[in-house]
Design a protein around this ligand. Structure first.
Ligand code: COI
Length: 354
């Protein structure tokens, strides 16, 4: 594979020394550089790495009006030798293109995605925090660039990657409420794409739940609100009577989470019983009532595993015990961490070393 040429303009004002790596808040600190590519006349070009900073766009930029925008989330870790390890970058490159197809946006070759990522991370490698619980969150994204108010797919686009050193997304287990009024995704919609608008649409319902004292929502299907789909911005899994249950991704409403896929792979490796099927709200309620719900947790890149300690169903709160050290969710989190920080063999070639 020939490497693409990416001219670099280095910052003259690094923010590294003024960044407190001991108290990182998710998404607040941004590393020094960003990758930019522009799509015009049917091709990607003008690749460049430049200092992170504001950019000019027209007020008529189509993204600002009609939301033709997609993003990815991924993470890099530092091992004890100081090498930078990126988790499942190829899967993110592939999923970006799946989202792009759904949103009428152009495909970006996986080799450009990966090469841009490698060069950006090589330049900003000092921004990758060392130590368990911290990582460099990577945000690749693409958006429409036409300065045009007609509603149509844009002709021009920008793709960018910037990064942010982060600590834990959730510092403690989360409480959730089964949502039966609002919908995250419906059949035929954009639920499986990582489209910006999905997240905008989730803000109001999430805020209502927060006003009631819950951290997040358990989303249900848009038609009947009788089946669990996701939790907050994550996929969600339950362990009931020894079986791991999570929603299937073939119906178009569920994000094809890369952490979800990794957890299912480890479950398979360990001989853990798994059912990829929708869990009915009634079944969840019954399992909460009779004590057969052993574990409930969100799975996503930002948090990896978010333990759930309270669920509101049909007006009643149910508390879940803290997961034990031998619980599936605890073991899967620690195994994923060991792989990501390069402490154990990488059994599925998930790591790209930079
Ligand atoms: C993730 O959990 O990876 C997410 O997508 C959350 C992100 C929107 C911050």
């Amino acid at each position: 594979m020939s490497t693409i040429s990416i001219p670099v303009t280095k910052t003259t004002q690094s923010k590294l020394s003024e960044t407190d790596f001991s108290s990182l808040v998710f998404g607040k600190s941004i590393s020094d550089h960003m990758f930019v590519a522009d799509y015009q006349n049917g091709a990607w070009g003008d690749f460049r790495i430049v200092p992170y900073g504001p950019m000019e766009i027209y007020p008529g930029n189509a993204t600002l009006h009609y939301g033709q925008a997609i993003f990815e989330g991924m993470k890099a870790y530092k091992n004890e030798k100081g090498e930078v390890l990126v988790f499942r970058a190829e899967a993110n490159a592939k999923r970006l293109n799946e989202s792009a197809a759904r949103m009428c946006m152009p495909q970006l070759s996986e080799s450009v995605f990966l090469e841009a990522l490698k060069q950006l991370l090589s330049l900003d490698r000092d921004w990758v925090p060392q130590g368990k619980g911290s990582s460099l969150y990577i945000r690749p994204f693409m958006f429409a660039m036409d300065n045009y108010l007609g509603v149509k797919a844009s002709d021009s686009y920008r793709f960018m990657i910037f990064t942010s050193p982060v600590g834990a997304y959730y510092s403690k287990p989360v409480s959730v409420k089964v949502e039966t009024t609002y919908t995250r995704a419906c059949e035929g919609g954009t639920g499986e794409a990582k489209a910006a608008g999905n997240y905008a649409a989730s803000l109001y319902p999430a805020l209502q739940a927060q006003k009631e004292g819950y951290d997040q929502l358990l989303w249900t299907d848009g038609k009947t609100h009788s089946q669990i789909e996701e939790s907050g911005t994550m996929n969600v899994m339950f362990k009931i009577k020894g079986t791991l249950i999570t929603a299937p991704t073939h119906g178009g409403t569920i994000l094809k989470g890369i952490t979800r896929n990794s957890v299912l792979q480890l479950a398979k490796d360990w001989g853990q019983a798994v059912e990829e099927r929708f869990l009915a709200v009634a079944e969840l309620e019954e399992a909460l009532k009779n004590g057969s719900l052993e574990e409930a947790f969100g799975v996503g890149t930002a948090a990896t595993i978010a333990f759930i300690n309270k669920i509101k169903v049909n007006g009643r709160d149910y508390l879940l015990p803290e997961p034990k050290p031998d619980a599936f969710s605890t073991r899967v989190l620690s195994t994923l961490d060991s792989i990501k920080y390069g402490e154990v063999k990488d059994p599925h070639q998930w790591i790209l070393t930079i």
